[in-house]
Ligand binder design. Sequence first.
Ligand SMILES: [Zn+2]
Ligand SMILES: [Zn+2]
Length: 340
Amino acid sequence: MEIKVDGLPRRYSDLPWRENPLTVEDYPTPEAGFNQVLLKVLACGVCYTDVDIVEGRVNCKLPVVPGHQIVGRVAEVPPGLGGGVDIGDIVGVAWVGRTCGKCYYCSTSLENLCDSFAATGCQIDGGYAEYTVAYADFVYRIPRGVDYVRIAPLLCAGAVGYRALKLASLEDGMRFGLFGFGASAHIILQIVKKLFPSVEVYVFSRSLEHRKLAEELGADWTGHPSETPHKKLHRAIDFTPVGEITARALELLERGGVLVVNVIRKQTPVNLDYAKHLWLERSIKSVANVARRDVEEVLNIASKYGVETEVQIYDLEEVNRALRDLKSAKVTGSAVLRIS
Ligand SMILES: [Zn+2]
Ligand SMILES: [Zn+2]
């Protein structure tokens, strides 16, 4: 059984949200092609990017099986495949599904920027399915016995958030802002508290529930995005799809501050005024995709420091409800499909 986006036009973001945009269909088990392994999917995270995919804001092949935070058991390895992946291994698959391996970006660990970047659950069928295939060079070993449902959100929410954190060049002693407190931010807050113990973390969210979770996880200050803390921020990450929040975050930056925007597409325009938002050496960066190194590093850090992911679990057939909950900010932490 697989869950597919049906043949909807790619640009239908102006249309009202459909209650059940994904259809459940039976398909033959996919066959592992060259350099691929077949995986029995155990769990798959549901990401806000999947909402963007089903609403047509991200260009994917259609129909597509979404899902790019996959934990699976290796069920089939083609003869002669190297790379040390064996039948029975538990592996993770992330958004970076395949890259060319030859270009400037691929040879400098920036394969997230490769022209041939193919995303799992977008250009390549993903993990909202009982079985999927993945390129053997793009899977990550997961220790046996861990809670696979709780590992899944690390593969995108954790990895992309971690890439954003690296781009922010955070240093101990700084004041650090998180705008939006969903799947990614709740992991990054814990990582920051472990790696940079004297950083003060400020969390801005419209959701009381999300602010409460932030406080439980050690945030030093929480508030609504319209609130202004007493001190300005040296670094910040904006996780929201709202254009106005980017401008708001820049207003709250210190001189020389850096804002990293961790979303593919803003749903409302980002309107910036040079004097108000950028003058005095404030800067803004985007974060695109993930490189394999980000995924490996975040999995290691999470295991070393015991980073916990807060999850809301759904069955595979409940994926439309998971997407609706995510879109309406009803998920605290990460939504994850438990598949087998
Ligand atoms: Zn994602
Ligand atoms: Zn490349």
